[in-house]
Design a protein around this ligand. Sequence first.
Ligand code: G3P
Ligand code: CA
Length: 307
Amino acid sequence: KTSDYKTLNKEKPIVIAHRGASGLYPEHTIKAYETAIEQGADFIEPDLVMTSDGVLIISHDSYLSATTNIADHPEFADRKTSRETPLGVQEDWWVDDFTLEEIKTLKARQAFKGRSKAHDDIYDIVTFEEIMDLAIHHANKGRIVGLHIEAKWPNYFASIGHDMVDPLLNGIEKKQLQKLGIPVFIQCFEPSFLNKVSQKSDLPLIQNIAIEKTAKPMGWDIKIEDTTTTGLGIYKELVLNSDGSTSDYVARAHAAGLVVHVYTLRDDAVMEGYSSVEDELIALFNAGVDGVWADFPATALKVRDAL
Ligand code: G3P
Ligand code: CA
C-alpha cells in the first residue's frame, strides 16, 4: 500500500492538527492538543511568539485580544497600545509587553467566527516548554506525536532583542526530542529566520508562503526553484483551482526535491469549487501533497486513511 502514495517519499501524507484540534476547542490549548492526539494526528502545531521576559509561548497572534479574555481583565485596561505592523496599524495588547506570569492569568477563547464558544475562559495559554512536555509524556507511553513548530514574526522579535533561534533550538535540544523519537519540523514565513536556523541545526525546515501580497515580510514571492528548505507550507489555493481541477504546483515542488504541506483544511470553511472539506482533501492527496494542516484532524485522518 505504501508505494501507492503520491507523496515525495511515497509514504502516507501527514495530518498536522492546526493549532491543535482548533475546530473543536480554543486554539493552542492543552485540550485542543490532547483532542488531536486522541484522534490520531501525526503532528500538533504550535505557533510561537515571545513574552516581555523572553519566554516562548504559543499563540497564533502577537497580540492578545482575539484568542484570550484579556479584555475582561481591568488590571490590563491601560496596557493597550497602537502599533504599526507589516499588516497595518493596530491597537491591542501585545504579547511582548506582558510577562509570562501576566499571560498565565489569562484564559483562551475561540477566535474563529461561527464556532462554539462553550469552551471559552477555561484553558490556560501554553508555553513552548509545556507542549514539548506534552509530546514527551505521550512518547513515554508509546504514542509518538510530532511537533510542527512555527516561529511567528521572528524578525520583529529579534529587532526588540528577543532572538528566537537559540531559545527554540536550545529548548528542543534540552528536551531531547530527537532521542525520544519525536519528529520535529520548524516552519516560518520569514526566509531569513529559517536560514539562521539551518546554520545551527539539521532539523527539517518548512518555508511557509503567504498569498497576501501586502504581507511582504512573510515570503509571499518565494519561488520553488530558490528554496533550500526541506519543503514548503502553502495555502491550498496554490494547488486547488476553483473549477475543481488541481495545479502542477506539487509536481514542480517534488521535482525540486521539496515536500509540500498545505494549509488550512477546515470542515466549516470550504473553497469555491469544492462541496466539502473531504473533496478538498481527496483532491490534495491525489495531487500528491505530503501533509495537511487541519482544524478538524479527525476528518483529515479519515480521508487520508481511506486512500
Ligand atoms: O503555519 C502554516 C499554517 O499554520 C497556516 O498559517 O496563519 O494559521 O499560522 P497560520
Ligand atoms: Ca501556523
